[in-house]
Design a binder for this molecule. Sequence first.
Ligand code: PEP
Ligand code: MG
Length: 906
Amino acid sequence: MEGKKRVYKFGGKTADGNSTMKNLLGGKGANLAEMGLIGIPVPAGFTITTEVCTEYNLYGKDAVVQTIKEQVEEAVKATELTMGAKFNPTDGSFPLLLSVRSGARASMPGMMNTVLNLGMNDETVKIIAEKSGNAKFAYDSYRRFIHMYGDVVMGVEAEEGHHNPFEVILDELKAAKGYKIDTELTVEDLKTLVEGYKAVIREHAGVDFPTNPWDQLWGSVCAVFDSWNTERAILYRRMENIPSEWGTAVNVQAMVYGNMGDSSATGVCFSRDAATGEDQFNGEYLINAQGEDVVSGVRTPLEITTIGSKRWAERNGTSEGDRVKNFPSLEEVMPSLYQELNVTQQKLEDHYKDMQDMEFTIQEGKLWMLQTRNGKRTGAAMVKMAVDMLEQGLIDEKTAILRQEPNKLDELLHPVFDQDALVSAKEISKGLPASPGAATGQVVFSADAAEKWAADGKKVILVRRETSPEDLKGMYAAEGILTERGGMTSHAAVVARGMGKCCISSAAGLVVSKTSMTVGGVVYKEGDFISLNGTTGIVYEGKVDTMTATLDGDFAKLMELAEKNTRMYVRTNADTPDDAKAAREFGAKGIGLCRTEHMFFEGDRIWAIREMILAEDLAGRKNALAKLLPIQREDFYGILEAMDGFGVTIRLLDPPLHEFTPNDAASQVEMAERLGVDVELVKAKVESLHEFNPMLGHRGCRLGNTYPEITEMQARAIIEAACDLKAKGFNPKPEIMVPLIGTMQEFKMQEDIIREVAAAVFAEKGLEVDYLVGTMIEIPRACLTADKIAEHAEFFSFGTNDLTQMGFGYSRDDAGKFLPIYIEKGILKHDPFQVLDQEGIGQLVEMACEKGKAARPSLKIGICGEHGGEPSSVEFCHRVGMEYVSCSPFRVPIARLAAAQAAIRE
Ligand code: PEP
Ligand code: MG
């Protein structure tokens, strides 16, 4: 191990490294160096490189300590000089205390070790107690340090079935003194604890707690390197695909204190408003406090700026006099330090060209910046900041787009909970976040009740074991939907997303009956209030106020930028003219999937389809279908009109027929009466339609190939609607799609019927329209034989819901029972019905694209499974060369952004 540089110093407004050296210094180390380089006052310290971690794992502790000893000693000296304090002082000067932290290339939050207040011993604690005038603080820090060191470095922890020995001592002392909280401990108590903790270490580790700061330092550095290979760190790396060769750096930095009297303070601040995006510096501080005090809520922090303080007073009804006296801003209390902080925050934002979230400490009149990072923000703030920064010339268009987290746009498109109201809300269950947004209302247990209550002006949440197409009316009427069963692509989830309505499926511990729901031992009856957060999947008891977000000019501007920078365009999955119009306003360019069966449930339409199902023979079926023809034609007319000029993919009937027949006795009697048949006949039919595995049964093109008259009717309705529109000067572009193709012959048979019908309609109408005939690709066999299918099909649309179901062999409707556990255990990283499994299912998609294009270069390819609105899946679609993605209307903006990001990143 030759004498290369292994330790990089920072502080004193300079640094050996910089932010481009993340591989060597880790993320934290590189950023500390960068802050030092641009002249920001950071507590001095040094970074031991990630390479040393690798050497540590190869050559062991002793060899590595020997190699870096000299460089570390020199760096400690430099730190002492900059901080005006001494490590291990023997002359009574102020002790330099250090923090030792891990810092890998990629952030691994909480996975590795940290030691704080290093350098404390029986001598230094006395000096600190005396010089700070705060003995309680000094001895409290000391006993915490011994606990932390004992735990992290010396491995003293609770034995199986026992409590942590340090906590046992603390609890015993508190019990003996009758204290409730730690802050009641006196200096004498703390001194007793210090001795007690040392004894614990002696007993458990078999050696004494090291009082020499150098021993403490080496122990801590090695403990951080060791923590790279703990079980949890290894598991985390595996989950996040972080190579184990990367290693972690170790950051050793001087501790600074904001609790050393009234000229000290500590706080957290943001260069812009993280909630609204407003370009206004803001934050909170506390005089004579530790960082923890600001975040823990023990003391109420005050506003940093006077503007913020005045706004706070206004919200709280505090008079100006009271505010200035009791709640002054940092700007008012420490004007020159505030100025320095203000200049610093601006400098950091200008440097990183993004909103900064910063921590600072003022120690006896001197400002130290402890941390800066790009700040987290709400969806609204994310949009506003990007547009503002673009206009301010801080970033360019592409950066503005890349700055967006597409899923966060959800917050702008759906209602959200009022954060204040949420604080006191009681969580009662958690399920799959099936459709985003927030909803609050009274529970009802049937679609009829939902409609009735909503008609009376009440807000309701429809709670069902699972939903079926029959619940559609109730889902429309409800504010939100909650189901006991189902997955991310089950009926409830897909339909709710299409409606832009909040939905949680597969809620843990929920049991739904016809008249009540039970969860956590509590029974909720019709009319009780609950609230749903469809973005997180959390169910709350009672009412929680919601707020609707508004779309403003910044949103439109961002969408314009996305449009300019994209290759793929976005279509929508919509079944009604209204949904089509809404999606067009969000920027959808066409329809990628119109599920015709969804149209059968409105009004009285269901009776015509039920009549067809009950028909004994072809003539009977044709008779019933003739009643459906004008209804379907009217629907298609509306949708093609709403999407005039854009492609509209209409899928032929897909679900198994039993979905249209009633299961309960009362509805079966009603059906028999309405259709004038014996109820036994209805029962027999329902029974005959029963399938063990309906998802793999008589559905999709298997219906059209066994009952060609259904395809004939639907093709006729589509082509007639298109001809009627064309006659009126519109430009309809129908694309007729055959579902669930597994073999070329299945497709060909349907195509022949469609083309024959189209030719007949053209002849009858005396005009022609352009139309395409293509197929869903949603069965693995279709991917494997895509070249053969593409010889006939003019377009492919990937049905990744079924493709995932059949590729994994996971039932779409039952996966909710095990997928959450799989994800928790790390067997799967994501729900594959939500995020496309690029590694497995993605191969099928890619293969089908390649084979399809090879057979027909003009083949149009898109996706209409639920993945079409999920950002990482959209990026995949871009990569495999799809022309468009299609998703539910409210996800269109998200997909547009993701598509632009994919094009920019390419
Ligand atoms: C699919 O399978 O991906 C698809 C879009 O069809 P459906 O969800 O209606 O089965
Ligand atoms: Mg499908």
